[in-house]
Design a binder for this molecule. Structure first.
Ligand code: ADP
Ligand code: ZN
Ligand code: ZN
Length: 728
């Protein structure tokens, strides 16, 4: 009798064995319902064995192989195994991460949504032939004719009680039960066909190079300044892929980028079926789109990091846009890098892949230097006449600021107002002020659960923690000394907004941050207003920095650039450079000349000189030399052992034990240290760094170490390995 090895979503690095009567080799990758503990669970069959590892008599049988549900294709299963091994995460939990939730829930999902459809008898009935007063029956029949099929939910939506009328139709033999036909939905808005522009020579060369490489794995780093037309290059490559009847996978960093990019692709490829996959989809919708991809009914799959796991039987191209973005790395659970997995997948499937960015990650840049990736450059803006913006530094040590705004910046805003041009102000801090301060005793309002200060939100008079969600009313007096004088210190977007309304009352102002865009369609609505020229000054956080094209924008003001220059994170300057170049790129996208003004107290910092030149390569070269000297990634390989518990003593004790049980061969283990956020949501947090000269040395160490760590049985401590971390 075959023994099925089943991966279950439990935090144990083991497979579970069940006897499986009638199961066959083809069932690998299928979902199965199995008894587990006192209940049942849905797991994935990952293999079969001849002999069990435990006494055969103790094995329970698989309850049912769920053959009606889509199975995981072999390549995705293999990708999952790779992930489990590389990130040291249980296979069952890797599979749980990458499968649509609907598929692994109890009770098992039904294959398809049940629907009502007209029978041939029903199709012969004309709604107008029904009696005049049978309004509801006419309506339901007409809706069925129009839509072809209706789910139970759709039936209820026609009018309340439509379900009963449907039962009457069933009795009359007008309708029958069926299952929904998966279908690519026609886009809600009609997308006018976009005529592709004539490529400029750089774009031409890039497209030609990738096409000339032909089939098979090849990796390309498309280094193109903002506005250089990288998307156009992707589009051409996708067109080639489509022409060969193959699927393209396009990964983008942020959820708020998908509608724009999706619209762009729809305009370009009106005949293609395009689906987007992101974390905000309802479960059912996610499953539906996943199946469309798996059944090769989707030609272009556009998605955020999780989309890297989408089954694509006819995969022909992978694109990772804004490849440097840290949102490609998942920060909890399975801590995978979608960018790195995209490279793995492209190699696994033997397809070309393009990583695009104006400021590639130093890892990718290094790979290009080593010729692992072929470098493609788009050094110029694509639109005729568009020039890189001028950069001005404002030394805030010598300027009096009004609510964080220098006189020179205010003057520049006024000038844009007069000329009818748009400005963008960038401040990466939402809320009114970053902290509430008692001037009598120096008390600062802190989060009771985290080691951070509470942010003042004046609009609704609350103090909020941006890390754990704790909130409270702004106190009337100081809880320490009772003084009534409590002052918000520093600036958040809300405070700058208030100041601007006072300073420039005639300006039409729009604030874009997480607070102002909570409502579902808020951001698209706002961006539309900006595009329509109904906004003079845009003020916002990093939500504003990427993707959006604002042709009338000629001034970008950066209110405080210094945070990234003081940080303890060795990647901070890389990030700051990317972010500033990204925001700066918003200015003068079209023909109007752009200007970028940066307020800083360190105007002499070399980062600004490189920024003024707009020279990523010079900056990357300097940065790489620094990292090499300090033996930091990409010149070394790291993993954090991150742990948290109720007390710092418990966390530290665990980490010390972890260090003691390690056999560091070919790796360096550092002392445990408190995490940068040493307390979060009531938990003490600390971590331990492992560093190696090579990926293989790191991996060779982590495997056996993990076994020892599991043997420590630290029940009070939650811990996880973070391989190739992108954050300290
Ligand atoms: P990136 O993604 O590199 O920031 P985009 O692809 O958004 O740049 O292109 C910037 C602008 O230039 C877009 O408005 C795009 O339509 C336009 N564009 C791109 N390629 C060309 C071209 N060859 N000729 C004219 N305009 C172009
Ligand atoms: Zn006080
Ligand atoms: Zn908190």
């Amino acid at each position: 009798m075959p023994i099925a090895q089943i991966a279950l979503d439990v935090p144990l690095d083991t497979l579970f064995e069940y006897t499986a009567v009638g199961a066959q080799a083809e069932d690998v990758g299928r979902l199965a319902l199995v008894p587990f503990g006192r209940g049942r669970r849905v797991g994935v069959i990952v293999g079969f064995a001849e002999t069990p590892t435990v006494e055969a008599g103790r094995l329970k049988p698989v309850t049912r192989v769920l053959r009606e549900l889509p199975a995981l294709p072999a390549d995705i299963l293999e990708l999952a195994r790779f992930c489990a091994g590389y990130y040291h995460h249980p296979l069952g939990q890797v599979l749980a991460t990458l499968l649509p939730q609907r598929l692994r829930r109890m009770p098992p999902a039904r294959a398809e949504e049940p629907v009502w459809r007209l029978s041939s008898a029903g199709r012969a009935v004309e709604p107008s032939s029904l009696p005049q007063r049978a309004v509801r029956r006419r309506r339901l029949l007409a809706t069925l004719k129009e839509r072809g099929e209706l789910s139970a939910g759709a039936v209820r939506a026609v009018f309340p009680g439509a379900g009963r009328v449907m039962q009457e139709f069933l009795a009359l033999g007008w309708v029958e039960r069926g299952t929904a036909t998966p279908r690519v939905e026609a886009p809600a808005a009609p997308y006018p066909l976009e005529t592709p522009p004539v490529l400029n020579p750089d774009q031409e060369a890039a497209v030609a190079a990738v096409c000339a490489a032909g089939e098979g794995f090849s990796a390309w780093l498309l280094l193109g300044v903002t506005g250089s037309g990288k998307t156009e290059v992707y589009s051409r490559l996708i067109a080639h892929t489509l022409a060969k009847g193959r699927q393209s996978l396009v990964l983008v960093p942020e959820i708020n980028l998908t509608p724009q990019t999706e619209a762009r692709f729809r305009r370009r490829f009106p005949q293609a079926s395009i689906i987007s996959l992101h974390s905000q989809l309802a479960e059912g919708e996610r499953l539906k789109r996943w199946r469309l991809a798996q059944e090769a009914k989707a030609d272009i799959v556009l998605g955020t990091r999780l989309a890297v796991f989408t089954p694509l039987p006819r995969l022909g191209l992978i694109v990772v846009d804004e490849e440097h973005d840290i949102s490609f790395k998942q920060q909890e659970g399975l801590r995978y890098s979608a960018r790195d997995l995209a490279v793995y997948r492209a190699r696994q499937r033997g397809v070309p892949m393009v990583l695009g960015s104006a400021t590639p990650s130093l890892e990718s840049w290094h790979n290009a230097c080593l010729n692992r990736y072929h470098l493609l450059r788009l050094p110029r803006r694509a639109v005729e006449g568009a020039r890189p913006p001028r950069l001005g530094l404002i030394d805030i040590r010598r300027e009096a600021l009004t609510e964080g705004l220098s006189a020179r910046l205010i003057l520049a805003l006024k000038e844009r107002l007069r000329r009818g041009e748009q400005s963008l102000l960038f401040l990466n801090r939402r809320g009114f002020a970053p902290v509430l301060h008692c001037s009598a005793c120096g008390w600062l309002a802190g989060c009771p659960r985290c080691a951070v200060k509470l942010v003042v939100h004046l609009a609704d008079r609350r103090l909020r923690c941006h890390h754990c969600g704790h909130e409270e009313a702004i106190p009337r007096h100081c809880p320490d000394c009772g003084a009534l004088e409590l002052n918000p210190l520093g600036q958040g977007t809300q405070r700058v907004e208030q100041a601007l309304r006072r300073l420039l009352p005639e300006a039409r102002l729009l604030r874009i941050d997480r607070d102002s865009t909570r409502r579902r369609a808020a951001l698209p609505d706002m961006l539309e207003k900006v595009a329509a020229g109904e906004v003079d000054i845009l003020l916002g956080t990093q939500m504003l920095t990427k993707g959006h094209d604002f042709p009338r924008l000629t001034l970008v003001g950066i209110l405080n650039a210094d945070g990234g220059l003081y940080s303890a994170d060795f990647r901070a300057s890389e990030r700051l450079f990317a972010q500033l170049l990204q925001v700066a790129g918003r200015a003068g996208r079209a023909s109007a000349d752009g200007e970028v003004l940066i307020q800083t107290s360190l105007p002499g910092h070399p980062l600004f000189a490189a920024l003024a030149q707009g020279d990523y390569e010079a900056f990357a070269t300097t940065l790489a030399a620094e990292r090499e000297a300090l033996h930091l990634p990409p010149f070394s390989f790291q993993a954090w052992l991150r742990a948290e518990a109720h007390s710092m003593e418990a966390v530290m004790a665990f980490l010390r034990a972890a260090r003691a049980c390690a056999r560091p061969e070919g790796v360096t283990l550092y002392d445990p240290v408190p995490a940068p956020l040493a307390r979060k949501a009531g938990k003490a947090r600390a971590q331990l760094l492992v560093e190696a000269d090579s990926r293989s040395a790191l991996q060779a160490f982590l495997g056996p170490w993990l076994v020892s760590l599991n043997a420590l049985r630290a029940r009070q401590v939650r811990w996880a390995l973070d391989v190739d971390p992108v954050e300290p």
